[in-house]
Design a binder for this molecule. Structure first.
Ligand code: 3H9
Length: 717
């Protein structure tokens, strides 16, 4: 049985401490313990009040997520909550840390809530494809009003204690020892009050919302904008409608339970919980011991003040780490800093930070022209454009200029990190840190492990990545790393579909309806069609067939969004794509010149070919040991490439479709294009055993393919 409750009595107050490390979820042992200790406190005449708190850094982090989808035995969360709510003695939640999901729902069953300053609350179930199913959808609207409760539940955001006090979720903020203060609070209310308030009885705010249709329509608009394709948000909104319209609280609870089961049974729940655990697994490196020492990162340096350099600098400043940007060109530096300032001002205008916070944060970013100014930093991240010779020159200079124990990292999206390491005297301190654009927004951080990167460097970067609020994933140093290598197959298929008869807007809308945040041709227009075209011209290499249409468009000055025409047409000042019928003659000509007979192509074929290209390449990456586990690929695709979280990432999508089905489709595609569709052995073997990607053991013998280019135009797609 997992977890327990530590029981003690101080000054007539029973203290119930949830002890289920590290974050105190409501596992079976905790539910049992809560019931037993509530009964014990209730029957002890010397006890006049009860304080419920958590051991360590968390109050209660919610239901035990690993139990979803399993057969649950013993008492339910509802059984435990009933004991709390029906207690004749006042129960005070002493929120010492995270009170999330079922954790906040526990606190909402208590009569009073006191929080430490570090405490925070939230109902993040929506991120797991669920709704708050232990009364949260019925109680929170009663406490803060339905409109605010909907915003909290649909965003899943964490709310710090100070804000929670303003909202009325907590009754008091503790400045000192939270348990001592809660005990004093309990004694006080036990003495003064004969009855104690229950959130379930507060009907004023839900009654006031009755008949106000704007609350629900605004929530629907918010969900459509921020949670496209997801099932749970609609059910959360329905629960709140019930809270507003039903007279009986218990009837609302029954509806909540009904909708919760619907979410639980929906495949999106499995997919999203896969990502929850996948992100946590990805931050661990199989052969780097947990206890590996980590360096302190107190000051950072950035080389290059372009979009990437500026975005990365913001990530450091946002968490309070001073950062110094070095650029060789004063004009560039000025432009870069002005762009950062604009970004922060935008955040202030949107109410995402105060002017005071902006001043403090922006003040942490300094800049200059010389490497000597960063001699004392703990880490330098080089973020110049993708050219190996230039990066080698920078690394050699950094090695001389920066203190010996500092980490030297490169934000390369595809160059050889070992080559960079080998030009320094500290190869163990060299690592790839591939941020995604815009770096201050995108969560993915591909950490590229060179052959000589030390365990200490890796452990430091993984922990820094988490501190920077990123989702770090380790890749071996191999061409394209994880994300861009998979992307290559995906865009190859999109381009082949174009040659075979599909049109860009058909490919894009099929994939966007599947859930991708942006189709491949809209993406190419955004990045610029001319990047690859110019690079190919410069190197004098023949374009592959799949780039022929791209090149033909560039020959006609169609470079993408930057000049208002590419695969699509754009109206000045707008990023909205409009189909470009004038391109169709070009597609037909290029198809003909390259021996393709154009035909009708179904949306399903588009989805299958593009997505299975990701899956097949992902399986090869796993076989080679470039990624540690299949979930890492899912984390990469969800956080860096706009793959829908509710499908759980490409590898999980394949698992859920069935690897035998995936294998058969690949065989069918291979009939027409055997070279591209060489099936990963892993897919073949798992399809025979009806296995899943998660079942594949991480290879001990890593054998990444080699063959880096000296320049990479993959860019930060
Ligand atoms: C719910 O409550 C449903 C109810 O409404 C209705 C029920 C009827 N369960 O994130 P960390 C593990 S749904 C099980 O690295 P941090 C996590 O996997 C729940 N395990 O720490 C990791 O394991 P490992 C709603 C959990 O300090 C370890 O704890 N609640 C749970 O960076 C450390 O986690 C949520 O969605 C859990 N609930 O962040 C909150 N939570 O060491 C989910 C964590 O083996 N949790 N683990 O890798 C979080 O957001 C963060 O964990 C938290 C701490 C902010 C609490």
């Amino acid at each position: 049985m997992k977890g327990k409750i530590n029981y003690s009595v101080t000054d007539g107050i029973a203290i119930l401490e949830v002890d289920n490390p590290p974050v105190n979820p409501l596992s079976d042992g905790v539910r049992h313990g809560l019931i037993e200790s509530m009964e014990k406190a209730e029957s002890d005449d010397s006890v006049v009040g009860i304080v419920l708190t958590g051991k360590g850094r968390s109050f209660i982090a919610g239901a035990d997520i690993s139990e979803f989808g399993q057969q649950i035995e013993g008492p339910s969360i509802h059984d435990a909550f009933e004991k709390i709510e029906k207690s004749t003695k006042p129960v005070i939640a002493a929120i010492n840390g995270s009170a999330l999901g079922g954790g906040l729902e526990t606190a909402l069953c208590c009569h009073y809530r006191v929080s430490s300053k570090q405490g925070f609350i939230g109902l993040p179930e929506v991120n797991l494809g669920l709704l708050p199913g232990a009364g949260g959808t019925q109680r929170l609207p009663r406490l803060v009003g339905p409109a605010e409760a909907l915003k909290i539940m649909l965003s899943g955001r964490h709310i710090p204690a100070v804000k929670a006090l303003d909202m009325g979720v907590i009754d008091s903020l503790s400045e000192g020892d939270i348990v001592e203060d809660a005990v004093a609070f309990a004694k006080d209310v036990a003495e003064k009050n004969e009855t104690h308030p229950l959130v379930r009885d507060l009907n004023e705010k839900v009654l006031a919302a009755r008949g106000d249709e704007s609350i629900i329509s605004e929530a629907r608009a918010l969900a459509a904008k921020t949670r496209k394709g997801q099932f749970a948000p609609g059910k959360i909104i329905q629960c709140v409608e019930e809270a507003i319209n039903l007279d009986d609280f218990d009837e609302g609870m029954k509806k909540e339970a009904e909708y919760f089961i619907e979410c639980l049974l929906n495949p999106q729940r499995e997919a999203m919980i896969h990502i929850f655990f996948g992100e946590r697994a990805a931050s661990k490196i199989n052969d780097v011991p947990k206890e590996t020492p980590k360096m302190d990162i107190n000051k950072a340096g950035i080389i290059g003040s372009g979009t990437m350099g500026g975005g990365i600098a913001m990530c450091f400043a946002n968490i309070g780490i001073p950062v110094h940007i070095v650029d060789q060109d004063e004009e560039n530096l000025k432009k870069g800093l002005a762009a950062i300032e604009r970004n922060y001002k935008f955040m202030v205008d949107r109410g995402r930070m105060s002017a005071e916070q902006m001043e403090k944060t922006f003040g942490l970013i300094s800049s200059g022209l010389s490497y000597e100014e960063i001699s004392d930093v703990d880490i330098v991240i080089e973020a110049v454009y993708e050219n190996l010779d230039l990066k080698l020159e920078i690394f050699k200079k950094l090695d001389e200029a920066v203190k010996d124990d500092a980490i030297l990292a490169s934000n390369t999206s595809g160059l050889d990190v070992d080559a960079l390491a080998d030009c320094t005297k500290r190869p163990g301190k060299v690592v790839g840190t591939h941020f995604f654009s815009p770096a201050n927004v995108m969560r993915l951080l591909e950490v590229v492990r060179g052959e000589k990167t030390s365990d200490e460097t890796l452990a430091t970067i993984m922990s820094l990545g988490k501190a920077l609020k990123k989702a770090p994933v380790v890749s071996l140093n191999a061409p394209g790393f994880i994300g861009n290598r998979m992307l290559f197959g995906y865009t190859t298929q999109a381009n082949k579909l174009l040659l075979e008869g599909a049109l860009p807007h058909q490919v894009d809308s099929a994939l966007e309806n599947f859930g991708m945040s942006m189709g491949p041709f809209r993406m190419l227009d955004l990045v610029g069609l001319d990047l690859g075209w110019r690079a190919r011209k410069l190197s004098g290499t023949e374009s592959p067939i799949t780039a022929k249409i791209n090149d033909a468009l560039c020959d006609l000055d169609r470079y993408g969004q930057k000049n208002g025409k590419g695969f699509y047409n754009y109206v000045e000042g707008s990023r909205a794509p409009h189909p470009a019928p004038e391109n169709e003659a070009i597609y037909e000509q290029v198809s003909k010149d390259n021996g393709f007979e154009r035909r009708e192509i179904s949306d399903q074929e588009i989805i299958d070919r593009c997505i299975l290209a990701l899956v097949n390449e992902g399986a090869k990456i796993l076989e080679e040991g470039v990624a540690q586990r299949s979930g890492d690929m899912d984390v990469v695709y969800i956080n860096g490439y706009g793959f829908p979280i509710w499908r759980g990432g490409p590898m999980q999508y394949a698992n859920m479709e069935g690897l035998d089905v995936i294998s058969a489709k690949i065989d069918e595609f291979a009939n027409n294009d055997p070279e591209f569709w060489r099936k990963a052995d892993l897919i073949e073997s798992l399809s025979e055993t009806k296995g899943r990607f998660g079942d594949a053991p991480a290879p001990e013998d890593r054998k990444p393919v080699s063959g880096f280019n000296k320049s990479s135009v993959a860019g930060n797609l």
